[in-house]
Design a protein around this ligand. Structure first.
Ligand code: ADP
Ligand code: MG
Ligand code: MG
Length: 247
């Protein structure tokens, strides 16, 4: 599904990703772990197509097409979803407006007919309920005044509504209490653990991986993948730290 080859990327002329190679097949969940500043969020942004992140070498193909050729909205319509480490607040735009616009814009690119207000609201309410989020929060401006954990849960509601093919989830577990962690973990499994889908799960901690079992774990250090293994690698990292293992 996703093939990243020798990816080099820089921000403001500063090299951040330095030859990253990674392949993800349909049906797989890959965890990316690594020290602060390693380039994990940068990888997410490059996949999402965020402006300012310049790819200087290497390639990314998604379902056989050159992902780097696509605009951010075209990537979204192709099924790529990016859950942010720091979800943005959008004052003046309600969650429902934002989500309905996003979903219908993506449907338009795929020549699917837009959902009506009523159809959309039903879908959004169902999804909020599954993630144990108060439906009232759907009416509030996007993420404004939400706690850290509420923002992360809101991201999962977005993901459930968008129903992407490939999700990059950047520290979705940060700010979650134990109960929320389980609900979000269950949500990721329910929405994304399917033979036609795949996930890149960026996390610092093993604890999310107790709920969302990764098929592969990779260490990202200094802009490249330095180590790959199975779920046991995450336990080893938790025990021994990155310094020993990532170098
Ligand atoms: P991680 O998510 O692994 O903690 P990031 O991808 O956020 O790491 O950051 C990787 C490196 O890029 C860090 O050294 C960070 O300071 C740097 N960086 C990120 N954004 C910018 C920016 N806008 N301008 C300059 N450097 C940046
Ligand atoms: Mg970080
Ligand atoms: Mg980060």
């Amino acid at each position: 599904m996703l093939r990243i080859e020798n990816l080099h990327a820089e921000i403001d002329g500063k090299p951040i990703l330095k030859g990253l190679t990674l392949s993800v097949n349909a049906g797989e969940i890959h965890a990316i772990m690594g020290p602060n500043g390693a380039g994990k969020s940068t990888l997410g942004y490059v996949l999402g197509g965020r402006p300012g992140y310049e790819v200087t070498e290497g390639s990314i193909t998604f379902d056989g097409q050159d992902l780097l050729e696509l605009e951010p909205h075209e990537r979204a319509a192709a099924g790529v979803f990016l859950g942010f480490q720091y979800p943005v607040e959008i004052p003046g735009v309600s969650n429902v407006q934002f989500l309905r616009e996003s979903l219908n814009a993506q449907r338009a690119v795929r020549s699917e007919k837009p959902l009506s207000g009523g159809e959309f609201l039903k879908l959004a309410r169902e999804e909020a309920k599954k993630l144990d989020m108060d439906a009232e929060m759907l009416k509030r401006p996007v993420n404004v005044g939400f706690s850290g954990g509420e923002k992360k849960r809101n991201e999962m509601v977005q993901m459930g509504i968008i129903d992407p093919k490939f999700a990059i989830l950047d520290e979705t577990d940060s700010g979650l209490d134990i109960d929320a962690l389980r609900i979000v973990g269950d949500g990721i499994n329910r929405i994304m653990r399917q033979p036609t889908k795949a996930v890149l799960l960026i996390t610092h901690y093993q604890r999310l991986l107790d709920y969302v079992k990764p098929d592969f774990v990779h260490v990202l250090a200094d802009g490249r993948i330095t180590r790959s293994g199975g779920a046991e690698l995450a336990h080893q990292l938790e025990r021994e730290g990155y310094a020993e293992i990532a170098a």
